[in-house]
Design a protein around this ligand. Structure first.
Ligand code: F6P
Length: 500
């Protein structure tokens, strides 16, 4: 504890030079703060990390037991202390306790066999896939299929999460019920929105004349008994382990629509890309470790400079869903107020993650980033290979804009007219992928997972529970079952007005 406090004190009292001064003082900045791993370039040089601060953060990580925690994570120990279980998403990609890896392989084999059967039309002439799930049971598949599967031409996949019936209706208008596979994805198999959407899909199929709607249903869940009880044939239930958290689950059977849309080989490439990042995280010294350096940057701005948000801009249309994927991963994991020992934290935890797509956002929100009063560390994510066949000018313009924004934030520009001056010295990180492909995206998402874990370990919080989401669900249930008497006047009046 004393080591931890001393390490924080050193960081909080470190001299704060400008980015320009850091570049001038450290000729080796690029070799120190750029990490190339598995076809991804992580450039942290435009942040305020310097050699001294990095050493202090390494001391902090050591005091917080990061390497020990990392070993425990990969050994399948119960690192999710509040729920008394392991966090074994990396076992899904072959990196973890041998038993867990073997277990995951068995589940993957089952998944693959079912995909082979579907491709052989064993469930009928399937062309459409309606995946219902929410949160971690939707965001990962949605991101990956949107990024990689649009031109795969195998199946038309729709992912519906919102309980708003308009979302389901839009798919019903588009899909042929006789050629639709209904995929019900829910770790618990009890989430209200998902189960209601699944029921409506079954009704739509039945009312459209499908003889045996249940014959076209697949369940992806860690609660297989519940799926069978609900009516899914046991042979079409694809289980995954309870120790894989919802927002870490795209590697498990929750990734079924990804494998179906892209093909099994591409799904394996995704796993392999993530596994390479796992190895990087496990075996690279902290000061050259991409997720660890990223966490140092996060902690520096959130804790020392009190930045309340961080922004992620995907300068690639294929990655337009990345910011919303990261919102769940980062905020549901690290938006916590107590430590693993149940004591209130004494420093800010996860900042608010937000963002969008470049260059669109330049013409909407970047004003605040360049001249506003909030400090917002920015992350640019881009790819060297274009995703289109149009004139090179498109991709070139996209990339040049991304790089120009980072340079503008950092250098700023003086002007006698204060309204036209740019203060500069604003930090950014650039993540440049060789291409948007399964291997790189696997690596990218694993990088974010390990960055979240590193942040959490140093802050002493548990990134693997999410009790904060329960109270609202509980109140919604009790409004349905017991009425509104025990609620406040505002809530009672809203309900009365809406349902009068
Ligand atoms: O309510 C939050 C949450 O539990 C997320 O953590 C999870 O990803 C999502 O709901 C969906 O849960 P399930 O997969 O059990 O339906």
């Amino acid at each position: 504890m004393a080591d931890l406090a001393a390490a924080w004190t050193a960081i909080e009292h470190a001299p704060q030079a400008t980015l320009a001064a850091l570049f001038a003082a450290e000729p080796d900045r690029l070799s120190r703060f750029v990490v190339e791993e598995s076809g991804i370039r992580f450039d942290f040089s435009k942040t305020h990390l310097d050699a001294g601060l990095t050493s202090s953060f390494v001391a902090l990580a050591n005091a917080a037991g990061l390497e020990r925690a990392r070993d425990a994570l990969f050994a399948g120990e119960a690192v999710n202390v509040t729920e008394g279980r392991a966090a074994e998403h990396s076992a899904e990609r072959g990196q973890g306790a041998p038993d867990s890896v073997a277990h995951a392989r068995g589940f993957h084999a089952r998944m693959r066999a079912l995909i082979d059967a579907i491709e052989a039309d064993a469930l009928g002439p399937i062309r459409h896939v309606l995946h219902v799930g929410i949160g971690g049971s939707a965001l990962g598949p949605d991101l990956m299929i949107d990024a990689l599967g649009r031109d795969a031409g195998r199946y038309d996949v729709a992912i519906v999460s919102n309980v708003d019936g308009a979302a389901m209706e839009a798919v019903f208008r588009r899909f042929d019920p006789a050629a639709t596979l209904l995929v019900v994805a829910s770790k618990t198999f009890s989430t209200t929105e998902t189960m209601l959407n699944a029921e409506s899909a079954l009704t739509w199929m039945a009312e459209s004349g499908v003889d045996d709607p249940y014959g076209q249903v697949i369940a992806l869940t860690a609660n297989p008994d519940k799926a069978v009880e609900w009516g899914v044939d046991e042979t079409r239930v694809l289980p995954f382990s309870e120790s894989v958290g919802g927002r870490y689950s795209l590697w498990s059977s929750i990734g079924f629509p990804i494998a179906l849309a892209l093909g099994w080989d591409e799904f394996e490439n995704l796993l392999e890309g993530a596994a390479a990042m796992d190895r990087h995280f496990r075996f690279t010294p902290l000061e050259r470790n991409a997720p660890v350096l990223a966490a140092f940057v996060d902690l520096y701005y959130a804790v020392v400079r009190r930045a309340e948000t961080r922004a992620v801009f995907a300068y690639d249309e294929r990655l337009r869903l990345l910011p919303s994927y990261l919102q769940q991963l980062e905020m549901e994991s690290n938006g916590k107020g107590v430590t693993v020992d149940g004591v209130p934290v004494d420093r800010p935890t996860a900042p608010i993650t937000w963002g969008g797509v470049g260059s669109d956002c330049q013409h909407a929100v970047f004003q605040l980033l360049h001249q506003g009063t909030h400090l917002v560390p920015v992350e640019f994510v881009a790819a060297i290979e274009p995703g289109d066949a149009l004139d090179d000018a498109h991709h070139r313009t996209l990339l040049i804009n991304a790089f120009a924004q980072g340079a503008a934030l950092m250098t700023g520009k003086a002007n006698d007219d204060p309204a036209r001056a740019y203060p500069g010295d604003r930090p950014s990180t650039t993540i440049l992928l060789d291409s948007v492909d399964p291997v790189r995206l696997g690596g990218l998402i694993a990088f974010y997972e390990h960055r979240v874990f590193t942040n959490a370990t140093i802050l002493g919080i548990n990134p693997f529970d999410q009790f904060g989401v329960e109270l609202g669900k509980e109140i919604a249930r009790s409004i349905e079952s017991d009425g509104t008497d025990r609620f406040d006047p505002s809530t009672r009046a809203l309900i009365a007005r809406a349902f009068a």
